[in-house]
Write a protein that binds this ligand. Structure first.
Ligand SMILES: Cc1cc2nc3c(=O)[nH]c(=O)nc-3n(C[C@H](O)[C@H](O)[C@H](O)COP(=O)(O)OP(=O)(O)OC[C@H]3O[C@@H](n4cnc5c(N)ncnc54)[C@H](O)[C@@H]3O)c2cc1C
Length: 561
């Protein structure tokens, strides 16, 4: 029997779970489908915290939060979306708190807030350095309390398109094998980010940009896909991130000569300049030969044992295990690593896309809140504010629809044929080498700094990797937990996505936020590029167009920290 629901949410991280809870509370029959158990989603790796202008640790207001976000975005964020986000964030924090998120508190008993990069006031609410972990657990409890169905460990492979737009999904059942069809009147993409396109990344293995690629294949546009944020403090080679909260609370960066080099790049904000600025400063130090084995040093020795153990227990563990240093006595070697994709599926503030019954929220989406550079702490908040809004809108759409949710048998038969072809192939190349070359070459040619010749070379490399991928070989043909198969499918997504990213980057002939071209176009060019890139996939090629930025009250200005 075919399974069907009013609303189907793809992805069970913070965005997916928040969307499902809201769609349920709006009266829809809702289910989630996820390739991971919900609490294993990457949201759980978020440590530093979540931003809302509560004003508990210094004067603050949603207006100030919005101004900081606009500046952080290098004026590419849509200001109406930013204002709405900043106004709604405080209410969502109180709701999470009522649901059981035990945020740290001040001595007076208010929710504590720590300083974060690019923020004019301490605005980041947190639970020690395990904020994302706690939010995932709290949302999962709310899911269980509502008895919301989760199809867990199902890998969504296709959006099924029919006469009424998207009719549901086809998913590979990981523990049992076989394709399953799940029909729905409205589908919400909440599949998270795509950092695994790069070799050095903070992102979990599952962050392969699946939802962005599914959307592309369904004819939707990716917005601002050239903007990948590099986090300044990742440990090499694991890519594990040392939370920005360390710098927020006074940790500082040194080069191999012991120089506190941020004073040359951001004399006022120093380590708390926004992430693109700090990553570029580090990369410059590394490129100019003032590194220690390709890293700079993050010093938190002056925190002392009490503060380090109480607030940065997990961070100390990470440093001990993955860098072999104890931050109580030695600085931690760190370097920039791919962290957050500002670009994604273009949506409005209710998660609506241009395909009638498809919605998107969280890192997979581009509202656009972050523009060319995201501020730390804004993306956990994005999953909650825009997850909630997308859940409400999708429920409204599904409940207003009178058509039955069903998937045409032909769609399923076609997909089964295609999958059988892949599994029957006896000659070809296994995905691993292609994936490694993709990650290494993206790092080299489309990293912190970019340049015309390198980007053109990268497009050629991607073309040859895509050619090799046409003959990709899935060695393991078993039904049960066939990660060989899912990794091959993920690689296909990553290759399409990388082509879109580099194609948009090549055409953006300026430096803005995370897209920095110091050699050929070192300055921001508002006259020609104060606009969003949109990439669609047509005839197996990316097709680029542009869309204006929505400006309400903040005119672009010089951006210095
Ligand atoms: C190490 C790290 C630290 C961070 N720290 C912070 C922080 O302190 N503050 C902050 O604001 N932000 C932080 N971020 C960013 C933030 O955590 C993420 O942007 C956000 O949590 C993404 O949530 P999401 O729900 O969109 O996606 P995710 O949490 O990644 O969830 C994606 C879901 O989609 C599912 N999925 C994906 N593909 C498929 C498929 N093909 N089929 C079925 N299911 C699929 C997965 O199973 C998963 O459930 C951090 C990110 C990282 C990587």
């Amino acid at each position: 029997m075919e399974i069907s629901h009013d609303v189907l949410v793809i992805g069970a991280g913070c965005a997916g779970m928040r969307a499902a809870i809201e769609a349920h509370d709006a009266g829809a029959d809702v289910a989630l489908v996820s390739k991971l158990h919900p609490t294993r989603s990457h949201s759980g790796a978020a440590r530093g915290g979540i931003n809302a202008a509560l004003g508990n640790a210094g004067e603050d207001s949603p207006e100030q939060h919005a101004a900081d976000t606009v500046k952080g975005s290098d004026y590419l964020g849509d200001q109406d979306a930013i204002e709405l986000f900043c106004n709604e964030a405080p209410g969502d924090i109180y709701e999470l708190e009522r649901w059981g998120a035990l945020f740290d508190r001040t001595e007076e008993g208010r929710l504590a807030q720590r300083p974060f990069g690019g923020a004019g006031a301490p605005r980041t609410v947190y639970v020690a350095d395990v904020t994302g972990h706690v939010l995932l657990q709290v949302l999962y409890e709310q899911l269980l309390a509502r008895d919301i169905q989760v199809y867990e460990e199902y890998f969504v492979w296709r959006l099924v398109l029919g006469d009424r737009g998207c009719e549901g999904v086809l998913a590979w059942d990981l523990p049992r094998g076989g394709l399953k069809a799940i029909a729905a009147k409205a589908v919400i993409l909440a599949t998270g980010g795509s950092g695994r396109v790069y070799r050095g990344t903070t992102n979990a293995y599952a962050c392969t940009g699946d939802g962005m690629a599914l959307a592309l294949r369904a004819g939707l546009a990716l917005k601002d896909s050239e903007f990948m944020q590099f986090h300044p403090t990742t440990i090499f080679p694991s890519g594990l991130v040392v939370t920005e909260a360390v710098r927020g609370e006074g940790g500082f960066l040194l080069n191999s000569e012991g120089e506190h080099f941020m004073s040359r790049y951001a004399p006022e904000a120093m380590e708390l300049a926004s992430r693109d600025v700090v990553s570029r400063a580090e990369q410059t130090e590394i490129d100019e030969g003032r590194s220690v084995d390709g890293s700079v040093l993050l010093d938190m020795r002056h925190f002392g044992p009490e503060k380090t153990v109480e607030r940065f227990h997990g961070t100390r563990d990470l440093a001990l295990t993955y860098a072999g240093v104890d931050p109580l006595t030695e600085p931690i070697p760190v370097r920039p690593g791919a962290h957050y994709h500002m670009g994604g599926v273009a949506t409005d503030v209710d998660g609506c896309t241009t395909l009638e019954n498809v919605f998107a929220a969280g890192e997979v989406a581009c509202v656009s809140l972050h523009g060319a550079n995201r501020l730390g702490g804004n993306s956990l908040m994005e999953t909650i504010v825009f997850g909630r809004r997308a859940g409400r809108a999708a429920a409204g759409r599904a409940l207003a629809s009178t058509a039955a949710a069903e998937i045409a048998p032909a769609a399923r038969a076609d997909a089964e044929r295609e999958l059988a072809q892949l599994l029957d192939r006896r000659e070809g190349e296994r995905p691993r080498a292609i994936r490694d070359e993709l990650g290494a070459s993206m790092h080299e040619n489309f990293g912190v700094f970019r340049e015309e010749g390198e980007m053109r070379r990268q497009l050629e490399i991607l073309e040859s990797l895509r050619e090799r991928y046409r003959h990709v070989l899935v060695d393991d043909r078993s039904e049960i937990f066939n990660s060989d198969l899912t990794q091959a499918l993920e690689l296909g997504y990553q290759l399409d996505l990388a082509v879109c990213m580099v194609s948009a980057g090549l055409e953006r002939r300026e430096s803005r936020g995370a897209h920095s071209r110091p050699k050929d176009f070192p300055a921001r060019d508002d006259e020609n590029f104060l606009k969003h890139s949109l990439v669609r996939w047509k005839d197996d090629r990316p097709q680029l167009s542009w869309e204006p930025v929505r400006i309400t009250k903040w005119q672009p200005q010089d951006r210095s920290y």
